[in-house]
Design a protein around this ligand. Structure first.
Ligand SMILES: *Cc1c(COP(=O)(O)O)cnc(C)c1O
Length: 490
């Protein structure tokens, strides 16, 4: 039998992918192609395009987990085809999510009843968790207002202007006004006194953040609880607190067990936490737990009959993967309290190493606090010659992804760099990063010097260059202001 040298089969089977015509053609971007291509060509082409993405391990912009043990990777791969919502078919997976909810509620000191079961649910991340918690507050407030014969069409939430973008989403999607306490230079979290002043009869809750996205700082939930109790007893209202512990929920219990921020405080009715941040699971998994059954209005809960017993569900999405829930349970039983504690201690220690290295350069002000989520937020002492945006851009050359951004209102004139220290960011990487930051700063300073000299030497051309440079910086700055809450800060 003759083999036709021009046939497609010949091309597919004999040559390497890179010798085939598939790598020669440009890829379809708008319309689905008419014909299939071989699987190895499809794999190679997509794999190669993805090489141009940043390396997740060097992405110091994100709180989200980038490394897990190979054993857990195996469990994840094995459950990729399991739809979480099929509780009847996959009752064990449902059971694992319930166990995770119970463990988290215990960790956050929920007043758990006789049967040891807590009220909560696994979500895609803290954003979905916050939508659910916010909805519960809105419904509770509406029901109470109705029972009092009062109007219930102007609900609001009080937060700091440092809130993560998902709160703004919640406010817009579910028609709740967001009342933001402004920040000021040197104070980058919600001031509890000002927050309580803003509370009125239409406030469905005050949202405090355990681990501000901008600086990692914990807001003073205990003081907020005290002040709000006082106001509630004076006014007869019962304004509750939600804690957005997206990043700090798996840090504080291990590093600062005596810090009271959770259900130990009576007004805290619900808490969200991102399993995919310091819960140490790949994206996306989050959790929301309520203090009591009464804090989650019954009409929001749907009931699924599974294996003859009742499984309540309260989520925005229907189908989703099971892997992340299974991975969360793996981390809980694999690491235990002590394991999480050691990892968080390592993160804190590596934060210290990096902080000391940066302080030694003499160029930076450290904005983040020692107590908080393990991250470093720092600004330039002198940004007249180059900015944190220049540093961020230059560090990309070495592979580091470190965001620079301006602070929220009213501290917009401060811009910072932020490095999130995750489990997989070791001491040696911290040392390496310091070396690269020093190198970049020196380069920027040297470039500036040459530039200044040329300004002195030939006036006209250089003036043009200075203007160009200023335009460049302004453009950059604007881009970051616009992107501030949607891209690099997550
Ligand atoms: C990350 C974060 C969120 C959003 O959480 P996702 O899990 O990414 O949806 C909300 N609030 C705070 C304080 C965060 O840090």
């Amino acid at each position: 039998m003759a083999i036709s040298s021009t046939s497609v089969d010949y091309d597919q089977n004999l040559h390497s992918t890179f010798a085939s015509r598939y790598v020669r053609a440009s890829l379809p971007r708008f319309k689905m192609p008419d014909q299939p291509i071989p699987k190895d060509a499809a794999y190679q082409i997509i794999n190669d395009e993805l090489m141009l993405d940043g390396n997740p391990r060097l992405n110091l912009a994100s709180f989200v987990t980038t490394w897990m043990e190979p054993e857990c990777d195996k469990l994840i791969m094995a459950s990729l085809n399991k739809n979480y919502v099929d509780m009847d078919e996959y009752p064990i997976t449902t059971e694992l999510q319930n166990r995770c909810v119970n463990m988290i509620a215990h960790l956050f000191h929920a007043p758990i009843g006789e049967d040891d079961t807590a009220v909560g649910v696994g979500t895609v991340g803290s954003s979905e968790a916050i939508m659910l918690a916010g909805l519960a507050f809105k419904r509770k407030w509406q029901a109470k207002r109705k029972s009092q014969g009062k109007p219930c069409n102007n609900p609001n939430i009080v937060t700091g202007s440092n809130v993560q973008v998902c709160w703004e989403k919640f406010a817009r999607y579910f028609e709740v006004e967001l009342k933001e306490v402004k920040l000021k230079e040197g104070y980058y979290v919600m001031d509890p006194t000002k927050a309580v002043e803003m509370v009125d009869e239409n406030t469905i809750c005050v949202a405090a953040i355990l681990g501000s996205t901008m600086t990692g700082e914990f807001e003073d939930v205990k003081l907020l609880n005290e002040l709000l109790m006082e106001k509630n007893s004076k006014t007869g209202w019962d304004t509750p607190i939600h804690v957005d512990a997206a990043s700090g929920g798996f840090v504080a219990p291990f590093l600062y067990p005596d810090l009271e921020w959770d259900f130990r405080l009576p007004l805290v009715k619900s808490i969200n936490v991102s399993g995919h941040k310091y819960g140490l699971v790949y994206p996306g998994v989050g959790w929301v737990v309520w203090r009591n059954k009464e804090d989650l209005p019954a009409e929001l809960v749907f009931h699924i009959n599974y294996l003859g017993s009742d499984q309540p569900t309260f989520t925005l999405n229907f189908s989703k993967g099971s892997s992340q829930i299974i991975a969360q349970y793996y981390q809980f039983i694999r690491l235990g309290f002590e394991g999480y504690k050691q990892i968080m201690e390592n993160c804190r220690e590596n934060t210290r190493v990096l902080r000391e290295g940066l302080e030694k350069t003499g160029r930076f002000n450290i904005i983040s606090k020692d107590i908080g989520v393990p991250l470093l937020a720092f600004s330039l002492k002198d940004s007249s010659r180059y900015t944190v945006f220049d540093i961020s851009e230059s560090l990309r050359r070495f592979g580091w992804i470190i965001p620079a951004y301006t602070m929220p209102p009213d501290a917009q004139h401060i811009s910072v760099l932020r490095v999130v220290i995750r489990e997989d960011f070791s001491h040696s990487l911290a040392d390496r990063l310091i070396v690269d930051i020093v190198r970049v700063v020196k380069e920027l300073e040297a470039a500036q010097q040459t530039h200044n000299t040329s300004i002195v030497n030939d006036g006209e051309v250089s003036e043009h260059r200075v203007r160009e440079m200023q335009r460049g910086i302004t453009k950059y700055w604007r881009r970051f202001v616009n992107d501030k809450k949607t891209s690099s800060v997550c």
